[in-house]
Design a protein around this ligand. Structure first.
Ligand code: ADP
Length: 491
């Protein structure tokens, strides 16, 4: 089986959120459990196609060749660099076309999304498929990630349907975030390069994710819990009908966590390593973090951390609203957020007035994130919806009990300690309100007692959860690949 990923993000080269973590970790884990070269189902390492954005450092080992790619926007041909290297257990294949990708942001800048994203991602997909056409063996599976890769299945079924290498490939589309459909306005749809009449945009343009869902043999999202929710109008983001129509060809595979990259025993960003067997270093991490944040390291008041994109999805507004009550309950808060800061105004004021209790760090900071996962006493994820979520898994592995809204993947990965004390790993709340968040934090406070068996048991169970991609998630994807090939062969 030959598998090619098309994705807009991949850690450590280009990341705005969990998509990057998943693409990298899954590609790597597949190489390990798929037995590439060792008699397993994979013929070789997975290919990962990624745009070469300005921020992507080209690995020293990379080899570049030039491809001639039809310009999605017209009749001409563009010269596109294909920068390839085998690294991290997969084959990274960067699509390099500076006019499209050598820009400040991945998807846009301070002014918003780039208006020519249809062209940029149409070109990305076409270039990836052209690269695959030049390979000695055709791909069996195109594993498309989110809307940015959806044009590839439209090309397979349109302009390239008779192509020997691409026309027969089976498609698995993974929806990491159902909120982003990639919706070019009708006037921009021709820039995708799909060919005349391939798709019929309506007055609002083209819902690329919807089109991809329709065409892909199989569609999954990143947790069973969210797969169930996504079929309902409340969570389906306008696609619930499309997803219901897929029947059992739409399902959830819970994301794993890269347990080598996220390991408090080897994490070089931490001031002291620690592990499930010996958690003593966690206290040093806590003290160092509080000092770094300008807070009193000798004070036992619990520190709650929140990390994420400043997106309405993540519930920063709920935390902003809840913050005064949380201070009243005796908590301290550290918030690391990147992106557009519409929802953190009240937190900014609070951080300015109460710097001894509230820290707001408005940036993307990999190492600080690690120190927060390790040094905080609790981790907040008050998401309105959450296809899977990575932060809560990292927090569990770092012995920091998560307080989560019981939705999607958060419900699938965190066990509520209040309703299930023997198995609990964190704390749930149901309603997306500040009041419900405060109540959950109150329940956390009731449990919070470092050194006490009940508290230490909670941390221990969280650290013991096996999220390793190799255990369940990567084998589940291999099974999905087999199934999508079978469905494609029946066409
Ligand atoms: P999403 O994919 O919706 O953004 P996830 O919880 O799945 O959310 O993944 C978020 C990932 O990005 C986690 O690894 C988290 O630590 C990281 N992250 C998010 N925001 C920041 C930030 N401001 N600084 C550092 N890391 C961040």
């Amino acid at each position: 089986m030959r598998v090619a990923f098309l994705a807009a993000e991949c850690e450590p080269w280009a990341k705005t959120g969990g998509l990057a973590d998943v693409v990298d970790a899954l590609a790597r884990a597949l190489g390990q459990v798929g037995g590439a070269g060792r008699g397993g189902p994979l013929d070789g390492p997975v290919d990962v196609f990624l745009p070469r954005y300005r921020s992507v450092p080209v690995p020293a080992s990379a080899v570049t060749r030039q491809l001639q790619v039809p310009d999605p926007r017209g009749s001409g041909v563009l010269t596109v660099g294909l920068v390839e290297t085998e690294t991290h257990g997969y084959r990274l294949r960067l699509v390099d076309h500076p006019p499209a990708f050598d820009r400040e942001g991945l998807y846009g800048d301070a002014a918003g999304d780039y208006p020519d994203n249809a062209w940029r991602f149409g070109l990305f997909c076409r270039a990836a498929l052209e690269a695959l056409r030049t390979d000695p063996a055709p791909p069996d599976v195109l594993h498309l990630h989110d809307w940015h890769a959806a044009p590839a299945v439209l090309l397979r079924d349109g302009l390239l349907r008779s192509d020997r290498a691409i026309g027969a490939a089976a498609v698995l589309l993974t929806v990491h975030n159902l909120a982003y459909h990639g919706w070019p306005p009708a006037a921009r749809v021709p820039d995708l390069g799909l060919g005349a009449g391939a798709v019929a945009p309506d007055a609002d343009g083209l819902d690329l994710l919807a089109a991809g869902i329709e065409r892909a043999e199989l569609v999954n999202t990143v947790s069973p819990g969210f797969a169930a929710e996504a079929r309902t109008p409340a969570y389906g983001m306008g696609l619930d009908e499309h997803l219901r129509a897929k029947g059992d060809r739409f399902f959830g595979i819970l994301n794993g966590l890269d347990t080598d990259l996220w390991d408090p025993a080897t994490d070089s960003a931490l001031s002291a390593p620690y592990s499930r067997a010996d958690r003593s270093g966690k206290a040093s991490c806590r003290a160092a973090l509080l000092t770094e944040l300008g807070m009193d390291a000798g004070n036992s008041a619990p520190l709650l951390a929140m990390i994420g994109r400043l997106d309405p999805q993540k519930g920063f507004d709920l935390l902003s609203e809840a913050a005064p009550d949380l201070l009243e309950l005796g908590f301290r808060l550290a918030v690391l957020g990147s992106g557009t800061a519409d929802h953190v105004g009240p937190l900014r004021r609070l951080a300015a007035e109460r710097g001894d209790r509230v820290a707001l760090l408005e940036r993307f900071d990999r190492d600080l994130a690690r120190r927060l996962y390790a040094g905080a006493d609790g981790f907040l994820m008050p998401s309105r919806f959450e296809p899977c979520g990575t932060g809560q898994m990292i927090a569990l592995r770092y012995g920091t009990p998560p307080i989560v809204r019981a939705t999607g993947g958060l419900r699938d990965t965190v066990v509520d300690a209040v309703t299930d004390p023997a198995n609990g790993t964190g704390f749930w709340f149901e309603e997306p309100t500040a009041a419900a968040l405060v109540q959950a934090c109150d329940r956390f406070m009731d449990w919070f007692a470092p050194g006490a068996p009940r508290w230490e048991g909670l941390l221990d169970r969280g650290m013991a959860v096996d999220f390793d991609w190799r255990t369940r998630s990567a084998p589940a994807y291999l099974e999905a690949y087999r199934r999508t090939i079978e469905i494609r062969s029946l066409r």
